[in-house]
Ligand binder design. Structure first.
Ligand code: AMP
Ligand code: GLY
Length: 426
């Protein structure tokens, strides 16, 4: 099969790495990709939001499967566009309507309520009931979670520690349109205390398979301090996600979600990322994403033993439920090297030294995220999260140690990484 993968981050490098190993993969193209994905297939200069160009490319290159990495094309309807076009293939991703599970917090909260899926108590507000929203905030227990309804590049959630802060954020979102249309509706919800974990599922909207789980480290600073980032590192398997917990996740969250999609005829043919909080052993959903996580993919794909393209084919031909999922036995960790200043302002175009001396043997893989190549072939920084080093080991500690050893051989001006990924599991 010929496959087109859309995206250019560490997640896409890990997906490309996994897809390329498949016996079923003939040609792999990545659009626009990065120098890392170029090691796994052919990068093509297509914009992931230019659906017509993508369709033409698929027809001209006999593409059978389009795998969509990030949420934006999905929320903007790439699934519907391609599936209703003259191109004859299938898309890994949800329809535009179903992508609202990520694209609208209010949509996903209502969906969870309809299907009795455990989640934090909430209410939603717009300019029309702004005054009622202020009263709701004043009576709310602290802290208060405020979420812009739409996509806001990961910045639309604020956890306010005081009522005053919550009122300010509420006003900034609704009155000052801080996130444009994305914050014209705001979800206000109860704060859940517990450990945040994520579970990854592939579904065709009827059947599903769990393909992995992970714990992400979102804060920039060691000991989980400082600003939120896209993710500074991940580990899997997670010791607290034992069989009991995973059974509870499957029975109370995954099955009702898939059944809900099916009952409501929401077309879904892709990954679901369940963002969960383990509150004293009981899982609650804090968010759905309609794509894989980044950097979660960088540990989930190396741990997954099953052929990913065979799973895609099984989704299409109705055999997904009968497919066996197996995992490599080791523990996996990834540690992200970011640009100095991230998640705030940072420099780009800085040369990365040491990459060429590292071989992907030795139980580690260097996944590239925000990188680019200059005309002379040098790899330069091109984003906040630059590289993510995944390693395996007998324990999480061993895997993290191995990634840090690799990172000691790499350097770019201002490079920073957390040295304490997986600290709770030492
Ligand atoms: P979201 O975009 O909904 O995943 O929210 C971003 C981050 O805010 C999550 O990864 C959590 O760390 C935190 N968060 C969101 N909702 C809640 C909640 N109800 N209780 C506690 N933390 C939350
Ligand atoms: N690492 C979190 C995410 O991909 O949303």
């Amino acid at each position: 099969m010929n496959i087109l993968l859309l995206g250019s981050g560490g997640r896409e490098h890990a997906l490309a790495w996994k897809i390329k190993q498949s016996y079923h993969c003939n040609q792999l193209f990545i659009a626009p990709g990065n120098p890392g994905t170029a090691q796994c297939g052919t990068n093509v200069m297509l914009d992931v939001l230019e659906f017509e160009d993508i369709k033409k490319f698929c027809i001209e290159n006999n593409i059978n499967i389009v795998v969509v990495g990030a949420e934006e094309p999905l929320v903007k309807g790439i699934y519907d566009y391609l599936m209703n076009s003259e191109w004859n293939g299938f898309v890994i991703g949800p329809s535009q309507k179903a992508a609202q599970l990520e694209g609208s917090k209010a949509f996903s909260k209502k969906f969870m309520q309809r299907h009795h899926i455990p989640t934090a108590a909430y209410a939603e507000f717009t300019i029309k009931n702004f005054e009622a929203g202020k009263q709701y905030i004043q009576q709310h227990t602290l802290p208060i979670v405020l979420k812009a309804d739409g996509l806001a590049a990961g910045k639309g959630v604020v956890i306010a520690q005081t009522h005053e802060e919550a009122l300010q954020v509420f006003e900034a979102m609704i009155i000052n349109k801080q996130f444009g249309n994305a914050s014209s509706k705001v979800v206000i919800e109860e704060f859940l205390t517990g450990i945040e974990v994520s579970v990854f599922v592939l579904t065709n909207g009827k059947d599903y398979q769990i393909i992995g789980h992970a714990k992400d480290y979102k804060r920039i600073g060691e000991g989980d301090t400082g600003l939120n980032t896209g993710g500074m590192g991940c580990v899997t398997p997670v010791p607290i996600m034992n069989n009991n917990f995973m059974n509870e996740v499957e029975e109370t969250i995954i099955k009702p979600t898939i059944n809900g999609l099916y009952q409501e005829e929401l077309i879904y043919n892709g990954f679901i990322f369940f963002g969960l909080i383990n509150v004293e052993g009981k899982p609650f959903v804090i968010e759905y994403n309609c794509r894989m996580g980044d950097p979660e993919t960088e540990v989930v794909m190396p741990r997954l033993y099953t052929d990913l393209v065979a799973l895609f084919a099984a989704m299409d031909n109705g055999t997904l439920a009968d497919t066996n999922i197996s995992y490599n036995e080791n523990c996996y960790a990834t540690v992200v090297a970011v640009s100095g200043g991230y998640p705030g302002e940072y420099k780009k175009n800085l040369p990365i030294e040491g990459l060429s001396n590292i071989s992907n043997a030795n139980n580690s893989i260097v996944f590239q995220a925000g990188t680019k190549q200059d005309e002379a072939g040098n790899i330069l920084t091109n984003g906040g999260r630059v590289l993510t080093i995944t390693s395996q080991g007998n324990t999480i500690t061993e895997a993290v140690h191995q990634s840090k050893k690799i990172l000691e051989q790499i350097n770019f001006e201002g490079m920073y990484y957390r040295k304490d990924i997986g600290y709770e599991f030492e």
